[in-house]
Design a protein around this ligand. Structure first.
Ligand SMILES: Nc1nc2c(c(=O)[nH]1)N[C@H]1C(S)=C(S)[C@@H](COP(=O)(O)OP(=O)(O)OC[C@H]3O[C@@H](n4cnc5c(=O)[nH]c(N)nc54)[C@H](O)[C@@H]3O)O[C@H]1N2
Ligand SMILES: Nc1nc2c(c(=O)[nH]1)N[C@H]1C(S)=C(S)[C@@H](COP(=O)(O)OP(=O)(O)OC[C@H]3O[C@@H](n4cnc5c(=O)[nH]c(N)nc54)[C@H](O)[C@@H]3O)O[C@H]1N2
Ligand SMILES: [Mo]
Length: 771
């Protein structure tokens, strides 16, 4: 396939015609177009499957609820293209490793269990029972259960992930590294400290009642397109929308609703953000601090004039602790520090603070632009502080909303995919199943990779995902996987992690996707998932599987567990035969899931509830706690200098789902047919003596003596503050040091990498062959 690289700024609104055309083209491009479309129309209906795209919630009133990128996700999964044993016989693993991520997944769905054969350097077919027996043999040979790592990506269903964690804990480990460790970990950690629950406090309908919505560090036009509908409706009602984003993102500026025929026929489109601020990377904590500083000043002025203050003193007094200490650090933070770190001017922050205080009900949302920095926990808590000062919790139209990534990542955590499980959860599991679960915290993703590099891990099992490509420091991540004796990937599509084989053995186990029918001993099964708004609902596939060999995730996990642990105290195969039995166990061990099976019948699912939203705070002092952190002096204390020449963020294009690359365009940013681009301010290009379109090398500045460099990236002049850069993930993962992680979270700092850039010797201007 050939792609002609081009840069053409996008002039229209996000959504609208461009979006529909791209959807249609995508669906029609893949084989079996009709089937795909039928699938699409069933996405998110009460009977049908949950969109495997993002974790945004569903509005069950609209007749069809899918977005362009959801359509891509569904078509990508529902393709009739397959890779069978003949494909693996024809391609050695080393040849496949030279191919792009796009090529690997484009080959189609995995259809047979495969085992790596060292002699022929190829994957060869293996019978399911033999694959399970091989895993059991490796696991029985371990000296310690913690030599096993159980990775999870956030697409796994509640049922599969519950069985998976139960298997791990019965085996004796809490080593559950997951994609969430690289994603919203800081939201969970920060919110738990502040309000006692690591989830968002709002429900989808709250967007209909908010007077202002503050959006920090996220790009919903690409990553949560259905959120644009909520924002657009809110904007149309007159709610204020304020965006903080380092880049100018089309989807946050204007949006035409592709499901509204009127708008499709007219050039009209709605403005989304009334105010758009572009902070420096990592500058959001300073920005929020600036808002609070301005508001504190007004509050004091009012009190001095015998007027009611600005802050909600009744709320603060009855529900919170630490306000004085927090306001003291606000006083101690100077405007000079705030302006320097945020890159925003005092007047700009005063203006948005004014919008904030004029709005009776405010929602704050955020995603990776907030969570993938060193000081992300402090930033999440700073956002919570602002909301607490104004009592923006426990009322309709107000609250805190971390917008999750993978469609069931929140459900995975609820089910116990957590390397630091709560005591209460372990006790409940132990009492119900009659065993003593391991009490030691396990490894998160970065710790798991480090343990592999130290040869402390023998077996990696991955329930979905693409760990080698999604992890930071790619060469080190790959070396880590290669040090395992056995690697096992439960996957829908071929990816890079499969090609980084364990020292002795490697397995690829082909699984059914969310869109497919899942028939087990007791008949057709459905699974359940939880969205960003704590709504749990059923998902039932409609498509016919490509191969009889593919098994459901739940059946595969049960097969591994049964071969390893036998059928006591859990009859794994019986559970895999009837998922309602798994839901009974979930109901018996997890709060909020009583009558689980019954409640799955409810159209639209059921709400798990959120204590903080009811002003009950499960913190040690039973209060919401203000975070009391100083602004970081520098984002890179390790470097011994205040500023790097440039700070790079690694982000997603419009044509990708994490490491899954659907195509090489990033329409809203005007990039076509290429991915090795570097977004940069035009003045920075000039200062470097370079020109727009020149090729550069990007090198990380870090203190461990390791060279981290990628080359041949094309400069794209962009609306981004000076000193800040952006480039796509996973191409730039080699630049993110494994040891550069968030405080308390171990989340790789994918949004702040200190780098230098130089003119490249590599020329990528000529048309590039992809496959
Ligand atoms: N189609 C599609 N949907 C997806 C995904 C996908 O890859 N494709 N991935 C899913 C997953 S797992 C996740 S976690 C989410 C990710 O959703 P996002 O968080 O929207 O994903 P990113 O592409 O990483 O975008 C980060 C955004 O934050 C901005 N940003 C970066 N750093 C900063 C900062 O320091 N401050 C501010 N204010 N802004 C900053 C960037 O300019 C960019 O707009 O999407 C989910 N949905
Ligand atoms: N530099 C940089 N790195 C990042 C990020 C970043 O912004 N910058 N973002 C981080 C974030 S937010 C996340 S969440 C992680 C994502 O990390 P992962 O979740 O590990 O990666 P994905 O690319 O989502 O995984 C794709 C693979 O999942 C498999 N798959 C797809 N659907 C299914 C299914 O239904 N079942 C099973 N079993 N397998 C399936 C397919 O084989 C596919 O190849 O990456 C992180 N890495
Ligand atoms: Mo994510």
């Amino acid at each position: 396939m050939k792609f002609k690289p081009a840069i053409k700024p996008y002039q229209s609104a996000a959504g609208g015609w461009g979006s529909l055309e791209a959807t249609t083209r995508f669906v029609l491009d893949s084989k079996q177009a009709l089937k795909n479309i039928r699938n699409l129309l069933r996405v998110n209906k009460s009977k049908g499957f949950d969109c495997p795209g993002c974790a945004w919630g569903d509005d069950n009133s609209s007749t069809f609820s899918f977005c362009e990128n959801g359509a891509k996700a569904v078509s990508w999964e529902a393709t009739r293209k397959a890779i069978d044993p003949a494909f693996f016989a024809a391609h050695s693993v080393s040849r496949l490793r030279q191919q792009s991520d796009y090529f690997l997944e484009y080959q189609g769905r995995l259809t047979h269990p495969m085992r790596y054969d060292r002699a022929s350097a190829r994957y060869v077919p293996i019978a399911w029972q033999d694959a399970f027996a091989l895993i059991a043999r490796h696991l029985h040979a371990l000296e310690h259960p913690n030599q096993l790592e159980l990775y999870t990506s956030g697409r796994a269903s509640n049922e599969a992930s519950y069985l998976y964690q139960l298997f791990g804990r019965l085996f004796g480990t809490n080593n559950f590294p997951d994609c969430s460790n690289m994603c919203h970990e800081a939201s969970g950690t920060g919110l738990k400290q502040s309000i006692g629950v690591g989830k968002g406090t709002i429900r989808l309908e709250d967007f209909e009642h908010a007077d202002a919505i503050f959006v920090f560090g996220q790009n919903p036009g690409t990553n949560h397109p259905r959120m644009l509908h909520s924002l657009r409706h809110a904007a149309d009602r007159g709610a204020h929308i304020v965006s903080f984003n380092t880049l100018r993102e089309r989807g946050l500026e204007r949006f035409a609703n592709p499901q509204n025929p009127l708008e499709l026929l007219t050039p009209l489109s709605g403005t989304i953000s009334e105010t758009y601020l572009q902070p420096h990377l990592g500058g959001d904590m300073a920005a929020v601090r600036g808002m609070v500083k301005a508001l504190l000043e007004t509050d004091r002025l009012r009190l001095a004039q015998q007027q009611p203050g600005l802050f909600d003193r009744a709320f603060i007094a009855s529900h919170t602790a630490n306000v004085e200490a927090y306001l003291a650090v606000v006083d101690a933070t100077t405007w000079a520090e705030i302006e320097q770190q945020s890159g925003l001017r005092e007047a700009q922050l005063r203006a948005v603070a004014d919008i904030y205080q004029r709005s009776p009900r405010v929602i704050c949302t955020w995603a990776m632009g907030v969570t993938q920095h060193k000081h992300s926990v402090a930033t999440v808590r700073e956002i919570a502080n602002l909301q607490l000062l104004f009592g923006q919790l426990g009322k309709p139209g107000a609250g805190l909303c971390p917008v999750r990534g993978h469609s069931n990542v929140q459900g995975n955590r609820t089910m116990g995919i957590d390397e630091k499980p709560s005591r209460a959860f372990l006790d409940s599991l132990g009492a119900h199943f009659g065993f003593t679960p391991p009490q030691h915290p396990g490894h998160n993703t970065v710790e798991a990779l480090e343990a592999m590099l130290r040869d402390e891990v023998r077996v990696l099992i991955a329930l979905g995902g693409n760990l080698a490509a999604a992890a930071p420091d790619s060469p080190r991540a790959e070396a880590a996987l290669q040090r395992c004796q056995l690697t096992v990937h439960i996957s829908t599509k071929l990816n890079r992690s499969h090609l980084i084989t364990g020292k002795q053995d490697a397995l690829i186990l082909p699984t059914l996707g969310r869109t497919e029918r899942d028939i087990q001993a007791s008949g057709p099964q459905f699974v359940t998932v939880e969205d960003s708004f704590s709504m749990v609902h059923a998902s039932e596939g409609v498509g016919y599987p490509l191969s009889e060999q593919q098994r459901s995730e739940t059946a595969i996990v049960a097969g591994i567990a049964n071969a390893t642990l036998g059928n006591q105290p859990v009859d794994w195969l019986a559970l895999a035969g009837d998922y309602s039995l798994i839901r009974d166990h979930i109901a018996a061990t997890l709060p909020g899931f009583n009558d689980f099976n019954l409640r799955c019948e409810q159209p639209g699912g059921f709400y798990l509830g959120n204590a903080a939203a009811e002003l009950r705070f499960n913190t040690p002092n039973q209060k919401a706690n203000f975070g009391v952190a100083e602004l970081p002096k520098t984002l890179f204390p390790q470097l011994g200098c205040q500023q790097a020449p440039f700070t790079l963020q690694t982000l997603r294009s419009h044509d990708q789902y994490n490491t899954t690359i659907y195509g090489l365009d990033d329409r809203y940013r005007g990039v076509y047919g290429q991915r090795e681009v570097l977004f940069i301010n035009p003045q920075d290009i000039a200062a470097l003596g370079l020109a727009d379109g020149d090729n550069v090398d990007i090198e990380t500045l870090w203190h461990d003596g390791i060279t981290r460099k990628v080359s041949g990236f094309r400069l794209v002049s962009y609306n981004i503050p000076r000193g800040n850069l952006a480039a796509y993930y996973p191409e730039t993962n080699p630049l993110v040091p494994l040891s550069s992680v968030g405080d308390e979270t171990f989340t790789p700092t994918s949004k702040s990498v200190p780098v230098a850039i130089t003119r490249s010797q590599r020329n990528t201007d000529t048309e590039r062959r992809i496959a």
